[in-house]
Design a protein around this ligand. Structure first.
Ligand SMILES: *Cc1c(COP(=O)(O)O)cnc(C)c1O
Length: 408
C-alpha cells in the first residue's frame, strides 16, 4: 500500500452511515446476519425485494437465463424485453417502455421524454417541470435538482436548470407556477423518502386537470410506489388518474437492478431513433427476472392480498399508536407502503427496532417506513407488531434513562 493512501476502515466511499450489520442469506421476509441471527425485514432493500428474498421463481428465472444469455446490447432485438415491455404496456396507460438499470435513470428518461415532447411539437422553450417540496427522484445531477433537497445539491456545481418546486398538496401554487416554459408536472403519487406522504384526496386528479388545461404532461415517479406496493399495480390507479409518462424501478426487478420509463405514444413523440440510449438497460438477464416478478405480481389475487394485508397492518399499527401515543404520532400510507411518523427520533427508533431484529427504514418528516416484501405472511405481520411494540418500550426506557441521567 502506498503511504500516500489514507488508512481507511472500508474501501467504500463513505457516503453512507451504515449500520454495523451484514447479511449472508435471506428467505421470504427474513434475513440472516453474519452472526447467524435472523432479522424480520420490513425494509425489503428499500421497497425493492417485492417478492422477498430467494423467491424460487425468481431464482429459477435468473439461473435459467444465466445459463443461456446475459447481454447483447440494444443494437439487437431482445425478445425478453419485448415480452416484458408488452406486458407492462398491456397493464398500464402506456404505449411504450424504455428499460433502465435504476430509478434515477428512469426518472431522467421521463424528464427527457417530457422535454422532447414539447421540442418535437415546436415548443423547445417548454422544458421546465413543476416539482414538489419533500420529493425524491434520485441522485444524478438532474434528479437532485428535481428533488430539490439542498443536502444533495450543494457543492456539486451549477444546479440543473428547469425545476420549479412548490409545496406538496398545494394546487394553487401549482397553478401559479405554470408558465410559457412549463413542460409538465413531476410528482410521486405518494412521496416515499419524503416520509410516506399521501396527497390530499383529489390532488392528483386536480394536477391531471391542470395539465390537460395547459397542454402539459403529468409525469409520475412511481419508482417506490409502483409494482404492487400500494395494492394496485401503480399508485396512480388508487387515485383514478393516469399520467402521460411514468418512471418505475425498485420493485420491478425484485432485487435485480432494473428500472423503466413508460409513456403514451403522444407524450413519447420526440423520442425517435438516436435520441436516447443505454448499454445495459433491458438486457436478457434483467428482463427474465423482471418477467418473473411481473408474473407473480399480476397473478390472480396477488394485488388484492397486498391491499388486504396492508389494511390489516394499518389497523394494528393504529392500535399500537393508541397504546404508545408518546412514541407514534401518526400511521401513514396505502397497502404495504406504510410509515410511522414519530415523536421520538426516527433514527433512534430504527436502531431500537434493529435491536429487536427487525428492519425498518427512516424517511423524511421523522418517519420510519414499513416496506415488507409483498409476500409477507399473517404470522410475520403479528411478529412485526410484537417487535415494534418492544422497540417502543426500548425508546421509552432509553428516554427515561436519559432524563434520569440528566436530572441526577
Ligand atoms: C429510490 C427512488 C428513486 C431513485 O432510484 P435509484 O434506483 O436509487 O436511482 C427515484 N424516485 C423515487 C420516488 C425513489 O423512491
Amino acid at each position: 500500500m502506498s503511504d500516500t493512501k489514507a488508512a481507511v476502515q472500508s474501501p467504500l466511499l463513505p457516503t453512507y452511515a451504515r449500520a454495523d450489520v451484514a447479511f449472508v442469506r435471506g428467505e421470504g421476509a427474513w434475513l440472516e446476519a453474519t452472526d447467524g441471527s435472523r432479522y424480520l425485514d420490513f425494509g425489503a432493500g428499500i421497497a425493492v425485494c417485492a417478492l422477498g428474498h430467494s423467491h424460487p421463481r425468481l431464482v429459477n428465472a435468473l439461473i435459467e437465463q444465466g445459463r443461456k444469455l446475459w447481454h447483447v446490447s440494444n443494437l439487437f432485438r431482445i425478445p425478453e424485453a419485448e415480452a416484458l415491455g408488452g406486458r407492462l404496456v398491456e397493464s398500464t396507460f402506456a404505449d411504450y417502455v424504455f428499460f433502465t438499470n435504476s430509478g434515477a435513470e428512469a426518472v431522467e428518461g421521463a424528464i427527457k421524454t417530457a422535454r422532447k415532447h414539447h421540442a418535437a411539437n415546436g415548443n423547445p422553450e417548454r422544458f421546465r417541470l413543476i416539482t414538489f417540496e419533500g420529493a425524491f427522484h434520485g441522485r444524478t445531477l438532474a434528479t437532485i435538482a428535481a428533488g430539490g433537497n439542498p443536502k444533495y445539491i450543494d457543492g456539486f456545481g451549477p444546479k440543473v436548470e428547469g425545476f420549479d418546486p412548490v409545496p406538496f398538496n398545494d394546487i394553487d401554487a401549482v397553478r401559479a407556477a405554470i408558465g410559457p416554459h412549463t413542460a409538465g408536472v413531476l410528482v410521486e403519487p405518494i412521496q416515499g423518502e419524503g416520509g410516506v406522504r399521501t396527497p390530499a384526496p383529489g390532488f392528483l386528479r386536480q394536477l391531471r386537470e391542470l395539465c390537460d388545461e395547459h397542454g402539459i404532461l403529468l409525469v409520475a415517479d412511481e419508482v417506490q410506489s409502483g409494482m404492487g406496493r400500494t395494492g394496485k399495480l401503480f399508485a396512480h390507479e388508487l387515485m383514478g388518474v393516469t399520467p402521460d409518462v411514468m418512471a418505475v424501478a425498485k420493485g420491478i426487478g425484485g432485487g435485480f437492478p432494473l428500472g423503466a420509463f413508460l409513456a403514451t405514444r403522444k407524450a413519447a413523440n420526440g423520442m425517435v431513433v438516436g435520441t436516447h440510449g443505454t448499454t445495459y438497460g433491458g438486457n436478457p438477464l434483467a428482463m427474465s427476472v423482471g418477467l418473473a416478478v411481473l408474473d407473480e405480481v399480476l397473478a390472480p389475487g396477488f394485488l388484492e392480498s397486498v391491499a388486504r394485508k396492508g389494511l390489516a397492518m394499518k389497523q394494528r399499527l393504529a392500535a399500537l399508536k393508541d397504546q404508545y401515543p408518546n412514541v407514534i404520532a401518526e400511521v401513514r400510507g396505502e397497502g404495504l407502503f406504510l410509515g410511522l411518523r414519530l415523536h421520538v427520533n426516527n433514527g433512534e427508533f430504527a436502531a431500537a427496532a434493529r435491536a429487536e431484529h427487525m428492519i425498518v427504514i427512516p424517511a423524511g418528516d421523522n418517519v420510519v417506513r414499513l416496506l415488507p416484501p409483498l409476500v409477507i405472511e399473517e404470522n410475520e405481520m403479528s411478529e412485526a407488531i410484537d417487535r415494534l411494540e418492544k422497540a417502543c418500550k426500548r425508546v421509552i426506557a432509553a428516554a427515561a434513562g436519559a432524563s434520569a441521567g440528566a436530572s441526577a
